[in-house]
Write a protein that binds this ligand. Structure first.
Ligand SMILES: [Zn+2]
Length: 141
């Protein structure tokens, strides 16, 4: 594997974005997100997690106990409902978690018309809580 190919990658393809507030998985990254990338260019990279992906996460041995517990706290029916309520991200979309209604990112975000955190290019330095792709080294930062 070439190390050079991952230069500047902050969040890798296949990483699962979890809510910073409640820990529930929300999106799977379908492309790398690079340092300094404009949020309006990266919105399409966030694919809502599927029920199958939630199930696969539960079975992974490398998850932190809290991450697994957040998923297992939901019944199968609730997991299905959760997946159905995750909205695709678009520019200007609110960054709130469909489960706990808190902002699922942390850092300096843009704000929408109502003042809530939103995916805009203004004043935007977001940080994501993620579960790395299966088999990847755990990110320490
Ligand atoms: Zn949440």
């Amino acid at each position: 594997m070439s190390v050079d190919a991952t230069d500047g990658v902050v969040y890798a393809t296949g990483a699962i974005v979890v809510c910073y507030a409640c820990g529930i998985p929300l999106y799977r990254l379908q492309a790398n997100i690079y340092a300094g990338e404009k949020p309006s260019r990266s919105a399409w990279k966030y694919a809502p997690v599927s029920l199958a992906e939630l199930q696969a996460l539960q079975a992974r041995a490398d998850l932190e106990p809290g991450q697994r517990a957040a998923i297992k706290a939901l019944s199968l029916a609730d997991q299905r409902t959760h997946c159905e309520t995750i909205r695709p991200l678009t520019t200007g979309a609110p960054l709130d978690c469909p489960r706990c209604h808190e902002s699922f990112v942390y850092g300096r975000t843009g704000t929408g018309a109502d003042g809530a955190a939103a995916l805009t290019d203004r004043a935007f330095v977001i940080h994501l809580a993620t579960i790395p792709p299966a088999g990847a080294a755990r990110r320490v930062a």
